[in-house]
Structures are given as structure tokens and as C-alpha cells.
Ligand binder design. Structure first.
Ligand code: SAM
Length: 268
């Protein structure tokens, strides 16, 4: 009996995955199942849906439920200077190496940028090091809501906790209970919607930052993504990953370890 019930539940969730893929292009099967299912089950029960199929019908007729679903599955947590010592390594070792190759203009990408803290951290570091020149920063995410917040550039004090005091004073203005990010630097970041798992990538990047999203993907999805990132880098370009996202055997993607959590594309 128990086994049969489980099978029915699995079919219900599989049907949900197929429907979501058809209507949104998001493939939940490429995210780790246990975590994703747990998060979505909590949301489904909160609205009294006994099955995923009824939950999906609800999402189709109620826009706010669809938004809440997208919100729950994307997990937008971010902060400026997340894991500060990694950004110091970027500033002190990685960027000088990239500029040292004779480039005056770097092509930089913050992939899965959430509400903007990551690309704006990069923008502040470049500005502080006088390295902006005509570099471009592209920042992408799958979530329209997160991108809208990023473009707005208003933050709670807690997301600034790791920003060095002098830097925070220079690039943020207090407005009521929020902090506004510097308008001029904001213009240096170009935000775009993109699904990392299905969309094509631009190429010739000097630096790709992709942190704290790969942990949610299945091993197979991660493997495909590492290869796509490697293909998008210039030879000598660097991929910067999150502090729990070390790549085992980077050589299989044509990458080598430059620093912990930084991988350089091997020059051919
Ligand atoms: C935890 S946040 C990480 C934000 C930032 N990179 C950081 O480390 O602070 C994860 C982000 O990944 C985005 N995301 C999830 N799946 C994605 C996908 N398939 N393509 C692009 N972005 C995705 C979410 O919308 C969310 O904004």
C-alpha cells in the first residue's frame, strides 16, 4: 500500500515538472529533487492543495501563486562581498593577472546575480582599483523579480555588513530604512534575463562569476554547466565559483585551478 502511495505521489510530482517545463521553460528535474520537492511541498500545503496537479492548476489561474512558486524555487539570498576573503583574492591576484595580459578592457559576467549584490561588488572593486576603463559587466538571472530589484538598487543594511566601511560610505546613500547604491556605478552593469540551464551563452569572457546556485543543481546539470562556462571563457579567462562549489577534476573541462574557488581556462 505504502509503495503504491509513493508511486502515485511520484507520478504527481513528475507531471508537475512536465507542466512547469512546458509553461515556463524551467526544468525542475535539473535541480536536486529532495530539496526542491520539500520546498514546493511546504508551499503547496500552505495553500491547501492536496496534490501537485491541483497546485499547478492554482498557479495557472492565480498569478500571485505563480510568482510565489518562482520566488520559492529560485532562492534569491545574496549579500555584498559574500565570503570577503574570496573577493580579496579576486582583487589582489585574479584581476591584476587578467589586466596584466595586456587587456585594457575586460568582459565580465555575473551569472545568477540575484538582486545585484554580486555584480555591484565587482563594480565597486573595479572602481576602487581604478580598473574600470571600458570594461563591461553583464549580470544575468532567471528571476524577473530579482532582476527588477537589482536594477532598483535599494538594499537593507544587513546585506551591506561585509562591505568595508570606507567603501560603503562612498557608494551607498541612506534613504529611510534602506541604502541606495551609487547611480553612476549602477549604470556600468547590464542586467539580462537568462536561464543558465537552457539558454545559449555569450563567449570571450575574461571572468565569469557564478556562485551559490550550482549547489541546487543535479550532478548532470552541473557537469553540463561547467562545460558551457569553460567554452564561454577566453583562454586564460577565469571562472569564480561559490565557497561550497569546488570543481573536482577541472581538467576535464579544460580548466585548471588558479586559486581556491577560481579556475583558469587552459591556454590551448
Ligand atoms: C542564492 S542566489 C545566489 C546569488 C549570488 N550569486 C550570490 O552568490 O550571492 C541563487 C540565484 O540563482 C538564480 N537561479 C536559479 N536557477 C537558475 C537558472 N536555471 N538560471 C539562472 N539563474 C538561476 C536564482 O534566481 C537566484 O537569484
Amino acid at each position: 500500500m505504502k509503495e503504491h502511495e509513493n508511486e502515485v505521489l511520484d507520478q504527481d510530482y513528475i507531471g508537475f515538472i512536465q507542466n512547469v517545463k512546458r509553461s515556463t521553460g524551467i526544468n525542475l528535474a535539473e535541480y536536486k529533487e529532495t530539496q526542491m520537492k520539500r520546498r514546493l511541498t511546504t508551499l503547496r500545503l500552505k495553500y491547501g492543495h492536496q496534490t501537485f496537479s491541483s497546485f499547478y492548476e492554482g498557479m495557472m489561474t492565480d498569478k500571485s501563486l505563480m510568482h510565489e512558486f518562482l520566488d520559492r524555487m529560485t532562492i534569491n539570498v545574496s549579500e555584498f562581498w559574500r565570503n570577503p576573503n574570496r573577493w580579496e583574492v579576486l582583487r589582489d591576484n585574479v584581476l591584476p593577472e587578467l589586466f596584466g595580459r595586456g587587456s585594457t578592457r575586460l568582459k565580465l559576467w555575473s551569472a545568477a546575480c540575484s538582486t545585484g549584490e554580486e555584480p555591484y561588488t565587482l563594480a565597486m572593486i573595479l572602481a576602487e582599483q581604478n580598473l574600470f576603463r571600458s570594461s563591461t559587466i553583464v549580470a544575468t538571472d532567471i528571476d524577473d523579480g530579482a532582476l527588477a530589484k537589482a536594477m532598483q538598487g535599494m538594499y537593507l543594511e544587513r546585506s551591506l555588513k561585509d562591505v568595508p566601511k570606507a567603501v560603503a560610505a562612498k557608494y551607498f546613500t541612506e534613504e529611510g530604512s534602506l541604502y541606495r547604491f551609487n547611480e553612476q556605478l549602477k549604470k556600468e552593469v547590464r542586467f539580462q534575463k537568462q536561464n543558465l540551464l537552457t539558454d545559449k551563452f555569450d563567449t570571450e569572457f575574461d571572468l565569469i562569476i557564478c556562485r551559490n546556485v550550482m549547489i541546487y543543481f543535479t550532478e548532470e546539470a552541473k557537469h553540463k554547466l561547467y562545460q558551457k562556462f569553460a567554452d564561454s571563457l577566453k583562454p586564460g579567462g577565469v571562472l569564480f565559483v561559490g565557497s561550497t562549489e569546488q570543481i573536482f577534476n577541472p581538467g576535464q573541462y579544460g580548466l585548471e585551478t588558479a586559486e581556491t574557488f577560481f579556475y583558469r581556462k587552459i591556454r590551448g
